[in-house]
Ligand binder design. Structure first.
Ligand code: SAM
Length: 211
């Protein structure tokens, strides 16, 4: 049943006009794919895409790419995408580890990581999207003055990320353990997970980093 579900999702994604099917072929020429040279911002692990679609709608002067590795999850974003008229957003069904094959050095101006899977066991630390392995990927594709933003409800993951990001030579520009009671709340755009956690009264952590 599950396999059939995944196969159905993969077929729908393969024929979707909103998904770039061979993103490696766009490396270095994403501006042409968008038809404009505006800054490119990406969300890695976008889930159902609420956050990045809202950004795309409110910033028509920027280009957006939502990245999600699971076809069954991406499918949910596509359903929502079909109800919009956006012209500045594409979706990719790929793993974050592949991003250096998809973007040229410095091609991305901002990276968002929202409520990334915490992988609490030490032996799974390499899978965390703020681990040195992934920071090295972001370092390759992000413009020299580009930035990274990370939000999570998971304090242990947040503390790990503060250390890991700094240890990789990035500068933490700002951070908070309680977003809604900080001056970082201004202009905050909620994600699906965030809305759920906020409704439960959980504190949200957020950081921004540069190199
Ligand atoms: N960002 C969304 C939000 O805040 O509502 C979704 C959060 S969800 C907990 C994390 C998402 O990241 C999942 O959909 C998962 O499949 C995706 N993800 C995790 N690791 C990934 C990776 N290495 N590459 C691409 N997507 C990944």
């Amino acid at each position: 049943m599950r396999l059939r579900h995944i196969r159905d999702a993969e077929e729908k994604i393969a024929s979707s006009p909103y998904v770039v099917q061979e993103p490696q072929k766009e490396k270095g020429s994403w501006a042409e794919r968008f038809g404009k040279k505006d800054p490119i911002e990406i969300e890695v692990g976008m889930g159902k895409g609420r956050f990045i679609m809202e950004l795309a709608e409110s910033h028509p002067d920027k280009n957006y790419i939502g990245i999600e590795r699971y076809s069954s999850v991406l499918l949910r974003a596509l359903e929502k995408r079909g109800q919009t008229e956006l012209t500045n957003i594409w979706f990719l069904c790929v793993d974050a580890g592949e991003l250096t094959d998809i973007f040229e050095k410095g091609e991305v101006s901002k990276i968002y990581l929202n409520f990334s899977d915490p992988w609490p066991k030490d032996r799974h630390a390499k899978r965390r999207l703020t681990s040195p392995r992934f920071m090295a990927v972001y370092d390759q594709i992000l413009a020299a003055d580009g930035s990274l933003e990370f939000k999570t409800d998971n304090e242990a993951l947040f503390r790990y990320s503060l250390e890991s990001i700094a240890a990789c030579g990035w500068k933490i520009c700002s951070h908070t353990f309680d977003l809604y009671h900080s001056d970082m709340a201004k202009g905050n755009v909620m994600t699906e997970y965030e809305a759920k956690f906020a409704a439960e009264g959980k504190k949200i952590c957020r950081l921004t980093a540069l190199r």
